[in-house]
Design a protein around this ligand. Structure first.
Ligand SMILES: Cc1cc2nc3c(=O)[nH]c(=O)nc-3n(C[C@H](O)[C@H](O)[C@H](O)COP(=O)(O)O)c2cc1C
Length: 734
């Protein structure tokens, strides 16, 4: 079998070398296309145990493989320098290429220099090419930029820096800029200058010489040696590779197309692609099978990297939001800005630094006990102290009869409180019978419901330290549906269904009836229902109230242009769309005592270009803040009946971050929070004030107690009868 690998960078060399070592029987030809134009540069390598590139390079290159292990990270912010032990490493690109070339030659690859990519001659069974050559080999696969992100970055070759990795955020007369560099030898480094589009525009308008600008502004980290600009300021826009192959042609390093230049491990990702292709080819029956395997194995890697890359672009475009963070918190925020590494990852490498971050976060004085992990740092909202930041997210249980909370709720909520949740939230409790999603949904619309909920709340207060919140909801056009296990949620209730309402006569799904357009009198009734339900919630003993304004239920249909086609004062502009929801918020606020906090859950985006955007919902959150809301519970989607396009680990946290830091209001984040380290990172970086978990809590009602054990935190109290559980260390295997 004849394999050809073409490119000017290290990916094509690594693929050729690796496949030849795995399968010496194959004929492997490596074409070096246009390498004379190679620019200086370095490749950073992560220490993540799942990354195989470093380990494989060590195997393939032996003792010649000696990357520079970084010793220190320096973060510069507002005249403060924070030194942190480093954990990653880097190597010069040309040095790596040289080593790979030698090894490939020794392994029996044929290596040829070609002047232009077109000079590849002769048929092969497989031609692998680097992404930048796609226009020659498979124009169909040419990468496209997609996100429309505005922030830009430029890259510089620099001399020695103040540390192996430097991150410096500075305020200039043109706006904020972030410099991010790493060293790949004693005297050489790469430095990326990143900034919001507005900073770049002002810099360009001033006609500043960019090299002089960088040398002057970043003098503290760049040590004065000359620098050379390698790339002009260019959009940090990234696109997703949809496909990597066309016939026998396959793109080697498609994943790096999905991330921008400032993504630290961009090239490592490309090298990892090359190894994955080699593994797929050497382990598969035939080329077609190999390419399918390769495509499949890399799609989620690229998707995850692309999401992080987009988060980073947003972070830099809106860096003004973080410039007033204290330097230590800023440093942690900057280190975790891609959300790919978390609190736990950093703690493993830099425990002292992490303790300083946690100490500042918790406000626990120096010289006393170790600070609690951020998860276990209490939060004050008005008169309410929530003892930890792990919340039990609202979840419909469809286990009520005429809205009445049942034994199911007592156990469901009671056991999460026993498990140590700082805050337990009820499912959506509806404010009228017709507000319910189904016949099984809970309510707060009859006096008797107060007694039902009080039983649950009293249990929680009597036996645990958890605080309780009720989520008050109205299903709007998504009401009157079947229970999920009866075929719902998008089929009408199986019997006794009722007329639904909405801002406009637009159904949620084709399978659901058309809602009746609400009159002003209908709205006044809902306002009154909410005020009454809030007053009853106080009688039931709840510590906090949340209004559900997300997920395509009544208020989110008013807020979203996709479901609100009204032409009166309740439709059109954001102010108009927000009018009715805000009236409800004010009515509820009036029903609550001053010391009781009020939360609102929103869908921060509709995941649809014509729907509510994060900018709209930042505007709405500011209105909520003015109306006396204390915390925003930031969810997304479900306003229209389409799949969310961008789910994944922590997929909603960036929206919480944006609202919290733009509006300056506490937030709760929810959605695919998958580890304790993630929770601590979210909190310590200032992306949210409470982490809510839903499905993970169904799996483990004692999640906070288990988190405390995992973190060695001894400040969590067990309910007295359970106190002997504190020292149990149960292992799945003996
Ligand atoms: C069974 C179930 C019922 C839910 N019911 C509600 C609800 O009543 N109100 C609400 O705001 N969100 C509801 N959600 C959404 C969750 O609160 C949460 O936002 C979502 O599951 C994402 O969090 P997770 O990834 O931790 O599960 C529900 C989710 C599930 C799985």
């Amino acid at each position: 079998m004849q394999i050809r690998s073409i490119g000017s960078g290290p990916s094509s060399l690594l693929f050729g070398l690796d496949i030849k070592v795995r399968r010496p029987d194959l004929d492997v030809e490596i074409l070096r296309a246009g390498r004379l134009n190679a620019a200086p540069g370095g490749i950073a390598f992560s220490t993540h145990p799942r990354r195989r590139v470093r380990a494989r390079l060590a195997e393939l290159l032996g003792s010649a493989w000696a990357p520079r292990r970084w010793q220190s990270i320096q973060v510069l912010r507002a005249d403060r320098t924070i030194d942190i032990p480093a954990w990653n490493s880097a190597v010069g690109r040309l040095q790596l290429e040289h080593l790979l070339e030698e090894a490939a030659h020794a392994a029996g690859c044929v290596i040829r220099d070609v002047l232009t990519p077109n000079s590849a001659q002769g048929a092969t069974d497989l031609t692998a090419f680097e992404a930048k050559l796609s226009s020659t080999y498979a124009p169909e696969l040419a990468p496209q930029a997609l996100s429309g992100a505005k922030a830009k970055s430029a890259t510089f070759a620099v001399g020695p820096m103040a540390a192996d990795q430097v991150i410096a955020a500075i305020s200039t007369e043109y706006g904020p800029f972030l410099g991010h560099g790493f060293a790949y030898s004693d005297s050489q480094g790469i430095f990326n200058l990143e900034a919001p589009s507005s900073s770049w525009e002002r810099l360009a308008a001033a006609g500043e010489d960019i090299v002089r600008f960088v040398m002057e502004k970043f003098a503290k980290v760049l040590s004065g040696s000359p620098i050379e600009q390698l790339t002009a300021a260019r959009s940090m826009d990234t696109g997703m590779m949809q496909r990597r192959r066309e016939g026998q042609h396959v793109m080697l390093d498609g994943s790096q197309v999905s991330v921008h230049d400032s993504f630290l491990f961009r090239e490592e990702l490309a090298l990892d692609d090359a190894l994955a292709l080699s593994a797929a080819v050497s382990e598969s029956r035939d080329i077609a099978d190999a390419l399918a395997r390769y495509e499949k194995s890399r799609a989620h890697v690229a998707a995850s990297a692309s999401r992080s890359s987009a988060v980073m672009v947003n972070w830099i475009e809106n860096i003004h939001r973080y410039m007033d963070q204290r330097p230590l918190q800023f440093s942690f925020n900057a280190l975790t800005r891609s959300m790919r590494i978390n609190h736990r990852d950093i703690e493993q490498h830099a425990p002292k630094y992490l303790r300083a971050v946690d100490r500042e976060f918790s406000g626990v004085a120096e010289g006393t006990d170790p600070p609690p992990p951020p998860m276990f740092t209490p939060l004050q909202l008005r008169g309410l102290t929530i003892l930890n930041r792990i919340g039990f997210s609202p979840m419909c249980m469809y286990s009520s009869d005429d809205g009445m909370p049942s034994d199911f709720h007592l156990v469901h909520i009671g056991s999460r409180a026993m498990g140590g949740a700082g805050l337990v939230m009820t499912e959506m409790a509806n404010v009228s019978p017709e507000a319910r999603l189904s016949h099984g949904c809970a309510g707060m619309y009859r006096r008797e419901h107060v007694d039902g909920w009080r039983r649950v709340v009293d249990f929680v207060h009597a036996h645990t330290d958890s605080k309780t919140a009720i989520q008050l909801g109205h299903g709007g056009r998504r009401a009157s549906t079947a229970r999920p296990w009866e075929g719902g949620p998008n089929i009408p209730a199986l019997q006794d269904n009722w007329q639904t309402v909405g801002p406009s006569a637009l159904p949620y799904a084709d399978s659901l009836p058309v809602p009746r357009e609400m009159t002003v009198a209908d709205m006044q009734k809902v306002v009154a229902d909410y005020a009454q339900a809030a007053a009853w919630s106080i009688d039931a003993g709840f510590d906090m109230v949340e209004i559900h304004m997300a997920h395509g239920y009544l208020f989110s249909t008013f807020l979203s242009p996709l479901s609100n086609a009204r032409t009166d004062e309740f439709g059109g502009s954001l102010e108009n769309r927000a009018r009715f929801p805000l009236e409800v918020v004010r009515a509820v606020r009036r029903s609550l005592p001053d010391e009781m906090p009020l939360s609102v859950r929103i869908s921060a985006v509709d995941w649809s270009p014509d729907g509510s955007t994060i900018e709209h919902m930042i505007g709405f959150s500011a209105m909520l803040k003015d109306a006396g809301v204390d915390i925003i519970d930031v969810s997304t989607g479900n306003v229209i009946n389409v799949r969310r396009p961008a789910t994944g680990r922590l997929f909603q946290t960036p929206f919480s971050d944006q609202i919290r830091n733009e509006v300056k209001i506490p937030t709760m984040t929810v959605g695919r929070i998958v580890s304790y380290g993630d929770m601590d990172a979210i909190l310590a970086s200032g992306r949210a004030d409470i982490c809510l978990l839903a499905k993970a809590y169904l799996d483990d009602p004692y999640l906070p107690q288990h988190a405390a054990k995992a973190r060695g935190y001894r400040g969590m109290k067990w309910p007295d009868p359970y106190s002997t559980a504190a020292d149990v260390r149960f292992r799945a295997e003996a």
